[in-house]
Design a protein around this ligand. Structure first.
Ligand code: AHG
Ligand code: MN
Ligand code: MN
Ligand code: MN
Length: 322
């Protein structure tokens, strides 16, 4: 089994980017350790504060954000960071080559039930001619990502990583503290009989998505003439990990529940990095209108509709919108 740095060197990833990835992972290892300690870590509760997304922050949201932010801004590689838990981007080294966006703790509602949670990150090059405190640096389409990944804090701590040369899985060896390459070139199956959506929102979805999901649920009695299984982990890291491992369609569609908030997932911290991982594994990641990674962002905290996973199933879903 190969450690992560030699595996990345083999893929001709630049040395400074390898160092930056290792820096992100240093913070993730510490988060993994704290998560593994459960209540003994003393950071499993809630705060009284709200983040810019309008969500009450859990202690682990705050601690994970601080760990990633501190280590990245101290590293020298990073010109600025943006995070789900920060009001705006935060400046780092004016001469840093990269910018990093992250969801420090994905699946916050799973913390208290000891279920799947993770960290999602996305790395781009800093554009020329903008100062480190300018959040506009982050308004680049997802196709500009040079690296994306998530670390899933499950029974095992698993990293899914891409630098544009396939999606690979690494497993944290907790005795030595190294991420070891455990599966190269993960591929999302083209066909699937499994879907993931928060069904309690069904009545608020737009008609095409309602019709598509109705046909899945109808099983052998409906237009699809076969049965589909449903799973919902309530942490995108967990659901996307399952899709990478055994295929599936994951969606957080547009809904009309709150007219001011038609989408839930965040483009920078969730949708773009997951899209890069899924596409590099042969899957599709789209909105009902087009490829997510081609979207031109207008705001760092922008939210977006997400439909991703097994190629043929995502295409089938999109056919309901035509
Ligand atoms: P976060 O915990 O980072 O705020 O993200 C939660 C997101 C995503 O991980 C998950 O797919 C979705 O919210 C769950 O939504 P529901 O609460 O509607 O199930
Ligand atoms: Mn949140
Ligand atoms: Mn999240
Ligand atoms: Mn989060």
């Amino acid at each position: 089994m190969q450690r992560i740095a030699p595996a990345l060197r083999q893929d001709n990833v630049p040395l400074d980017l390898i160092s930056l990835i290792k820096t992100v992972l240093a913070a993730c290892k510490e988060i993994s350790f704290r998560v593994g300690q459960g209540h003994l870590s003393g950071v499993m509760g809630s705060t009284l504060d709200e983040n810019i997304q309008g969500e009450v922050q859990k202690e682990l949201d705050v601690v994970s954000n601080q760990l990633l932010k501190d280590i990245l801004l101290e590293s020298g590689f990073v010109k600025a960071i943006s995070s789900e838990e920060e009001d705006t981007s935060v400046a780092g080294n004016e001469n840093g080559k990269y910018i990093v966006s992250f969801d420090p703790l994905d699946g916050s509602s799973n913390i208290e039930i000891n279920s799947l949670i993770g960290t999602i990150f996305s790395i781009m090059e800093a554009p020329e001619g903008m100062s480190a405190d300018n959040p506009d640096m982050f308004k680049q389409p997802g196709v500009n990502q040079v690296c994306a990944g998530y670390v899933l804090y499950g029974p095992a701590t698993i990293l899914a990583l891409t630098t544009g040369k396939g999606t690979h899985f690494y497993t944290l060896d907790k005795t030595h503290g190294s991420f070891m390459l455990t599966e190269r070139n993960v591929m999302v199956s083209e066909e699937t009989s499994e879907f993931a959506a928060n069904m309690s929102n069904q009545r608020f979805w737009h008609k095409p998505m309602q019709n598509y999901i109705n046909d899945l649920v109808a099983g052998t009695d409906g237009a699809r003439e076969r049965n589909f299984n449903m799973r919902w982990i309530a942490a995108m890291v967990g659901d996307v990990h399952r899709v990478l491992v055994r295929g599936g369609l994951f969606t957080y569609p547009a809904d009309t529940k709150d007219p001011k908030k038609p989408y839930k997932l965040r483009l920078m911290y969730e949708a773009n990095p997951m899209s890069f991982l899924i596409e590099q594994a042969g899957g599709l990641s789209v909105t009902s209108e087009g490829r997510i990674m081609e979207m031109q962002p207008t705001d760092i905290h922008q939210r977006v509709e997400v439909i991703l996973g097994s190629k043929n199933e995502v295409e089938k879903c999109l056919s309901y919108y035509k």
